[in-house]
Structure formats: C-alpha cells, structure tokens
Ligand binder design. Structure first.
Ligand SMILES: Cc1cc2nc3c(=O)[nH]c(=O)nc-3n(C[C@H](O)[C@H](O)[C@H](O)COP(=O)(O)OP(=O)(O)OC[C@H]3O[C@@H](n4cnc5c(N)ncnc54)[C@H](O)[C@@H]3O)c2cc1C
Length: 161
C-alpha cells in the first residue's frame, strides 16, 4: 500500500463523513468468560457469496485487543427505540452489558434481544488501516428479522428513519 498522507483537518473530515448516514450495530463477543460489546457504525456488507461483513475498531479503544483476537461475534443491527442500547455500548469501559439480558448464540457470542437483525459470525482476518483495524467476518447464522425500522446515525446524532 502507498503511504497515506494526512493532509485534511480531522474535525472537518469527521463533520463531512458524519453526513454519510448509517445504521448502528452492536458487536458482541466473549473474552475470558465475560460478555463484551461495542457500538459501531462502520458495519459494512462486503460479499454475499461467501457472506462476509466487516467493522472497524479503533486502536485506542481498550476493547481493540478483544475484538481483534476474538474468534466469534454476534452483530446486532439496532432497531428504532434502541437508543439506550446504542449509548450503553458506546460508553468507555470494558463491561458495558450492565443489567441487559443476553443469552449465548450458536457460536457462544452473547445475543441481545429486540435487535432488528442479528447475525452470528466467525473471524476471518484483521487488516490494519490507519488508526483503526478492519475486522473481516464470515456470516455463520442469520436470525429471523425482528421489526422493520432501523436506528440511524447522521451528523453526530442518533435518529429514527
Ligand atoms: C453511533 C456510534 C458509532 C460508533 N462506531 C464505532 C466504530 O465503528 N468503531 C469504533 O471503534 N468505535 C465506534 N464507536 C465508539 C465505540 O462505541 C466506543 O466503544 C466508545 O466510544 C467508547 O470508547 P472506547 O472503547 O475507546 O472506551 P475505552 O477504551 O473503554 O475508554 C476510553 C478512555 O476512557 C478511559 N476509561 C475507561 N474506563 C473508564 C472508567 N471506568 N472510568 C474512567 N475512565 C475510563 C480509558 O482509560 C480511555 O482513556 C461508535 C460510537 C457511536 C455512538
């Protein structure tokens, strides 16, 4: 890869890219027997056949070593009304589940209730890109859709469709 030169103002870049509206997901896994989860909006469908997804995790997060070493994940696409779940899994600290109920899925990853879409995945590859790592995952199990309205992230705010 060629050297990427850092020529743009970071604040302006964040503002500009914040206008790319996305859904919001919580990615969960288990580390040392403890359920771990993080809110992400970098979720992206990469390939349908084979089914591959990615999300990015920042190098500075204390959850970075957990997510780059994990073998399995559950990806929860948040539904309208799950603002509290979004903020709970975006706060600093390792333990973000609090009192939220969860159960282990087919892969052992913690499953949260009431998400719009729940996918269980296996880790495929981690690629370093700047100050984040790209985590590539293959989809192992697709749970039935639950509802039809997503939670969105646009211009720094969580919104309904
Ligand atoms: C809509 C949305 C989308 C997001 N998308 C992504 C994404 O795609 N990729 C991504 O990587 N992140 C994303 N984030 C951020 C992600 O959810 C982070 O987990 C969250 O911001 C917390 O940061 P952290 O993991 O860096 O926290 P930590 O690494 O846990 O902590 C950050 C700082 O707080 C300190 N700290 C930790 N615990 C405590 C404590 N108990 N008391 C006091 N200080 C403490 C640490 O020392 C550290 O300096 C997103 C957030 C939102 C809201």
């Amino acid at each position: 890869m060629t050297q990427v030169v850092d020529t743009v103002d970071q604040r302006q870049l964040r503002t500009a890219l914040g206008h790319f509206a996305t859904g919001i997901a919580v990615v969960t896994t288990v580390a040392d027997g403890e359920p771990i989860g993080m809110t992400v909006n970098s979720l992206c469908s990469v390939s349908l056949s084979p089914p591959i997804l990615l999300f990015c995790v920042g190098h500075r997060s204390q959850l970075h070593p957990v997510f780059t070493a994990a073998q399995h994940f559950a990806v929860h696409v948040l539904a309208s009304g799950q603002e509290q779940v979004c903020s709970q899994f975006a706060r600093p600290g390792r333990s973000r589940f609090g009192d939220l109920p969860w159960q282990p899925g087919h892969t052992g990853s913690p499953l949260l209730p009431n998400s719009l879409v729940t996918l269980e995945c296996a880790a495929e590859r981690v690629i370093t890109a700047g100050d984040h790592d790209i985590v590539l995952m293959s989809v192992q199990h697709l749970h039935p859709l639950c509802g039809d309205t997503p939670l969105l992230f646009f211009a720094g705010d969580v919104r309904d469709l």
